[in-house]
Design a protein around this ligand. Structure first.
Ligand SMILES: Nc1ncnc2c1ncn2[C@@H]1O[C@H](COP(=O)(O)OP(=O)(O)O)[C@@H](O)[C@H]1O
Ligand SMILES: [Mg+2]
Length: 303
């Protein structure tokens, strides 16, 4: 165990959060405290900045300056506007100039973006399902004809929300796609990977896959997210899982991640990297505390 450099003044570690009751949030705070440091809960929606020619400060609602040695991001949260989300990430970018921030704003943004992350995965030679992103109905119809069975996802979606399935043979395909295009402005269409009714969530911290769970979908659903009723079941990390998950995490520039893999007939595909993953499911299924390992990694950086 490492101890903070100055014993008289414990390191202050900001934990970016939105829900103080969340399991992952709480265990981050507890593990920081166990290391003899001071955890500082930080909701980015409540921070202000003051800038002048000579001064710069970030302060909280009680007008106290935010002074930290490092930051762990649990959850940036939803935002009301483009300006608000941008301000939150710019606060993080600003913190990054003077302290370790895990995960970085760039890693979180890369991961949250299902188009740009796929571009990064392709560049890293990772196996991914064929995907077409288009604002054009004709291009969308052509992609579905080629892929035969397609999953449509929001580019910035999470927790299995807004995911739909289309078959090239379904008679109402064109009106359904037209309506979806009107709603989303752009369609993200991915070839459906036939699978055993589950996906795999591998947890990576640093260069290591520290554990994994199957998420088994229920009631014939094709979505296995825990927030959609999926059940976490312990999964042994194979060499293939370890290798793909670590490479995918690196591709987006994350220090830790939950990497979603799906078992295709010819091997594993990467579905996404989540750079603000919940640690609750794997704790329940395997007894592994991912937050402890993440906090350890942060202290290695601080030393
Ligand atoms: N191409 C695909 N083929 C088969 N199932 C998929 C595919 N893409 C997603 N799924 C299912 O939908 C779930 C959610 O997809 P994912 O890309 O991880 O988005 P989210 O960010 O909403 O979790 C996956 O965990 C998996 O169960
Ligand atoms: Mg997912």
């Amino acid at each position: 165990m490492h101890t903070p450099k100055q014993k008289t003044k414990p390191a202050k570690i900001g934990v970016v959060l939105t829900d103080p009751e969340d399991w992952t949030t709480q265990t981050f705070l507890e593990n920081i405290e166990k290391r003899g440091a001071k955890p500082v809960p930080l909701n980015l929606s409540t921070l202000s900045a003051s800038v002048s020619t000579t001064d710069f400060s970030i302060f909280s609602a009680d007008l106290r300056d935010v002074e930290l040695d490092a930051i762990i991001v649990r959850d940036v949260g939803i935002s009301l506007s483009l300006e608000q989300i941008s301000f939150k990430f710019d606060l993080l970018r600003q913190f990054e100039t003077s302290m370790p921030v895990m995960n970085s704003s760039a890693a979180i943004q890369n991961s949250a973006n299902k188009f740009f992350s796929f571009y990064l995965f392709k560049r890293a030679h990772l196996p991914i399902p064929r995907t077409t992103i288009t604002p054009e109905l004709d291009v969308a119809l052509k992609a579905i004809e080629t892929f035969e069975c397609v999953i449509a996802k929001p580019i910035f979606g999470s927790q299995g929300e807004g995911i739909l399935k289309f078959e090239s043979s379904q008679p109402d395909l064109e009106p359904k796609l037209t309506a979806l295009l009107k709603e989303r402005g752009v369609l993200y269409l991915q070839q459906f990977v036939p699978n055993p009714g589950r996906d795999i969530r591998v947890f990576v911290v640093g260069e290591e896959a520290i554990g994994a769970i199957y998420r088994v979908s229920v009631g014939g659903s094709f979505i296995s997210n825990l927030s959609q009723g999926g059940t976490p079941v312990a999964c042994e990390v194979t060499e293939e899982m370890q290798e793909l998950a670590v490479r995918a995490t690196k591709a987006v520039g994350a220090d830790f991640a939950g990497v979603d893999l799906i078992e295709g007939e010819e091997g594993l595909f990467v579905l996404e990297v989540n750079a603000t993953p919940s640690g609750k499911g794997i704790n329940r299924a395997c007894g592994i505390d991912v937050t402890e390992r993440i906090v350890d990694l942060l202290f290695e950086r601080l030393d």
